[in-house]
Design a protein around this ligand. Structure first.
Ligand SMILES: Cc1cc2nc3c(=O)[nH]c(=O)nc-3n(C[C@H](O)[C@H](O)[C@H](O)COP(=O)(O)O)c2cc1C
Length: 328
């Protein structure tokens, strides 16, 4: 008889083929958010694995300059993965040949992006309608690299076409090192309740690790989903925006049963560090504008922060952010 879920350690190292992750808490890729500055902070807080924003296989093959900017990694990242999106196994293979050698710890295949511009090309979540093609893509990628290959999937296109189990089984046969399941269909985009029972079923069906994703905003959410699904790891995405320390809090909860809330000064200090790292990559003005969308996440729940939010929404220098946040 297997041990009750509560009795085995929920926080543990995770083996993805030849790669051993220190811990099992992964930062979810988020286009427009998870640049290397943000990933550095999450890694510092304990994220076991991080992932680039999704990178177009076509862009990589065409040597697009914008695409190559997405390939920057931080020395703080323990196990940076590159996430590729595309629709043709042959283009995936060509793209993998362009990945800078020695930089990444794994290659992840995006089978979950719901955006119309992406799915109409047959990429992202459109692949959930073609599980056999996902297996072909995994084989094509594996033929070009020794890095572990993982896939990030949804439960299906819509609730009448749930293909996650078939996809997981085919992916495992094709040599995938792990499957991450965002427990929603493409039709749900990012709303509606995640179907954690699907993650439990996928975990029970596969031998390779299964990582669960969807609405894991708090340390308690992660603990509950790991207990409920018995998945090998958990992915935190939106819950880390403005709160990269959610990783250290979650590790603490899983290891000790408790965690603390950082002081406001610590939180704003992390924000300013992210801003400075981003400015070093992209220039001060671009970084200040980009960081505006992170501000509501930082200030959520802080009483009397409306004035600071307003000041940050027009901030164009690091100094003006410092003044605004310093007044909290
Ligand atoms: C703004 C945004 C951008 C995202 N970009 C990607 C992406 O590039 N690749 C990917 O696999 N998933 C992407 N996701 C999905 C997340 O990685 C994650 O699976 C999903 O948001 C559910 O987790 P959460 O509820 O913890 O946010 C994105 C999500 C959001 C909100």
């Amino acid at each position: 008889m297997s041990a009750p879920a509560e009795n085995h350690s929920l926080y543990h190292n995770l083996k993805l083929g030849p790669l051993t992750l220190e811990g099992n808490l992964v930062l979810g890729p988020m286009a427009g958010y998870t640049d290397r500055a943000f990933r550095a902070l999450c890694s510092d807080a304990g994220a076991s694995m991080t992932c680039t924003e999704m990178v177009s296989t076509e862009g990589l093959v065409r040597d697009s300059r914008n695409t190559f900017n997405l390939l920057l990694v931080s020395p703080l990242e323990r196990a940076p993965a590159i996430q590729l999106f595309g629709s043709e196994p042959g283009t995936f293979a060509q793209a993998v040949r362009r990945i800078p050698s020695g930089r990444f710890a794994a290659v992840d295949i995006n089978c979950g992006c719901p955006v119309p511009k992406v799915v109409k090309t047959g990429a992202g979540a459109a692949l959930m309608t073609e599980p056999l093609k996902i297996a072909q893509i995994i084989r094509a990628v594996r033929s070009e690299t020794d890095l572990p290959v993982t896939i990030k999937i949804r439960t299906g296109w819509d609730d009448r076409s749930l293909t996650y189990l078939q996809t997981g089984e085919l992916a495992q046969d094709a040599g995938a090192a792990a499957v991450c399941l965002h427990c929603r269909t493409r039709s749900q985009f990012y709303t509606g309740r995640p179907d954690y029972a699907a993650a439990a079923k996928l975990k029970a069906a596969l031998d390779i690790p299964v990582i669960v994703s969807g609405d894991l905003f708090t340390p308690a959410d992660v603990k509950n989903v790991l207990m409920q699904t018995r998945c090998d790891g958990a992915m935190i995405a939106r819950g880390a925006i403005g709160r990269p320390y959610v990783f250290s809090q979650t590790i603490s909860l899983l290891q000790t049963g408790a965690f603390t809330e950082p002081a406001l000064k610590h939180k704003t200090g992390l924000f300013l560090r992210q801003l400075e790292l981003m400015a070093a990559d992209r220039g001060e003005l671009t970084a200040c504008r980009e960081m505006r969308k992170h501000v509501p996440f930082l200030l959520k729940g802080i009483p009397g922060s409306a004035r600071v939010r307003q000041a940050c929404s027009v901030a164009e220098t690091i100094e003006s952010y410092k003044q605004a946040l310093g007044s909290l």
